[in-house]
Design a protein around this ligand. Structure first.
Ligand code: UD1
Length: 420
């Protein structure tokens, strides 16, 4: 298995790249498939490490998974025979925390080894727990990193999230689809993958209204009929990464199979920076006029439809080569600038203060940099593509957790990248 990418910079990315299914939607939908009372077919599943691990966890718990094609599975949860997900594997990925809501909904009890994932500072789950408690969950224990929740009766309730949380919104939804009566989630997150998980559950017979707005109403059902197919939406963050890389390399790249509406927060900013962005029905072309140089801009990450925090590192990498001074404010995570020292090692002119990074455009020079997490790793590749000389990115496992066929896709559009 490769552990390093070696990139020669300054090759414009040109041509077409196909966007894969959404990682974060797929994580929620696989957990949702556990709640359903029969098999379902999930299509456009990205073949990436995080998904592979979650499917292995589900198999260990007894689910039957049959691959129908490269990117589709038949998922049968009827053979699951435990409510305890406590193997080491569970703690490897953040997405396994959706099993909390899924098992609480299905069995009214759950034990889960606390999940891991990228390190951006504190990643509490207090809002998830608050939601489960509102639905009747109790006997909350936390021993050796294992969380256990039990509900005698699972009853619909009103839940107010005082911070907008993607994970809490999905987790509460997963439990509430099987609760008695009506659950209303107020101040819910509105990310596209929340709508996708709700659409999957509705396709399987659930009654969820308002997903994509900040009030979601769920009428619980004791039984969710399944045996239907569902196609996962395209990955907003993968698409955004390639759009940023196109701008970084003065390229002319068309990202195919995406939902342009989901890309609006990025599209608007790339246009402000001087890129040409053409929207098709399900594609976006990004290019720069010959000789045009990108202009700096200011960003603040926000929950959807704001600028996504998961594009923050890649965008900061882009700002390092733009003309002028750009600002990046990270308002979602408390500590998501740890990768900046890697960009500085490449010659980037960045000063940070708390959640603010001020970036002065400069020329990047290739060197050896570390992919400290998934999106920070994508930012290193973005920087390498725009840098003079050779960039060596180490720990690329972190990147392959979330990007399907990353190197293959980049090679096909003209990048000079190889794995070692
Ligand atoms: C999801 C994404 C992640 C993305 C993030 C924000 C998945 C698997 N991961 O993570 O890639 O960066 O959304 O778009 O979909 N918070 C609390 N208490 C809680 C839960 C969250 O205070 O119980 C806070 C967090 O500390 C953070 C903010 O809420 O500051 C947003 O977190 P949240 O939306 O929950 O992120 P995740 O669902 O973990």
């Amino acid at each position: 298995m490769a552990n390093t990418y070696i990139i020669k910079g300054k090759n414009p990315l040109q041509g077409e790249v196909q966007i894969s299914g959404s990682k974060n939607a797929a994580l929620g939908i696989i957990a949702a498939a556990m709640v359903v009372d029969g098999p379902s077919v999930i299509e456009n599943l990205p073949k990436i490490k995080d998904i592979k691990i979650l499917l292995e966890i589900c198999q260990e718990l007894g689910a039957k998974i049959e691959w129908l094609s490269e990117n589709s599975i038949r998922f049968d949860p009827t053979t699951v025979n435990t409510y305890q997900a406590i193997s080491k594997k569970v703690s490897k990925i953040r997405g396994s925390y959706y099993l909390l809501g899924a098992f609480l909904g299905k069995y009214h009890k759950v034990s889960l080894l606390m999940p891991g994932g990228c390190d951006f500072g504190a990643r509490p789950i207090d809002l998830h727990i608050k939601g489960f408690q509102a639905l009747g969950g109790d006997e909350l224990k936390d021993e050796d990193g294992v969380i256990s929740i039990k509900a005698g009766r699972l009853r619909g309730a009103g839940v107010f999230l005082d911070t907008v949380s993607v994970g809490a919104t999905i987790n509460i939804m997963l439990a509430a689809v099987k609760a008695e009566g009506i659950t209303v989630i107020n101040n819910a997150a509105k990310e596209p993958h929340i709508v996708d998980v709700a659409n999957f559950l509705n396709t399987m017979g659930a009654n969820i209204r308002g997903a994509g707005t900040d009030v979601i109403k769920i009428t619980g059902k004791p039984y969710l009929a399944a045996n239907r197919s569902y196609t996962i939406i395209p990955d907003q963050i993968e698409a955004g990464t390639y759009m940023i890389m196109a701008a970084m390399t003065n390229g002319d790249l068309t990202c195919k199979n995406l939902i342009p509406k989901h890309m609006e927060p990025l599209t608007a900013k790339l246009i402000e920076m001087g890129a040409i962005v053409e929207e098709g029905a399900d594609s976006i072309r990004v290019m720069l006029m010959p000789g045009e140089k990108l202009k700096a801009a200011s960003f603040k990450t926000m929950p959807y439809p704001g600028f996504p925090t998961d594009l923050q590192p890649q965008t900061t990498a882009l700002l390092t080569v733009a003309n002028g001074t750009g600002r990046m404010i990270e308002s979602v995570w408390e500590n998501r600038f740890q990768y900046i020292k890697e960009l500085q090692a490449m010659g980037a002119n960045i000063v940070t203060s708390g959640r603010l990074a001020v970036v002065q455009g400069a020329e990047l020079q290739g060197t050896t940099v570390f992919a400290r997490d998934l999106r920070a790793g994508a930012a290193m590749v973005t920087a390498g593509l725009g840098a003079e000389g050779e960039t060596i990115v180490t720990n690329v496992y972190a990147i392959e957790r979330g990007y399907e066929d990353f190197v293959e896709k980049l090679l096909a559009v003209g990048a000079d990248i190889r794995e070692e």
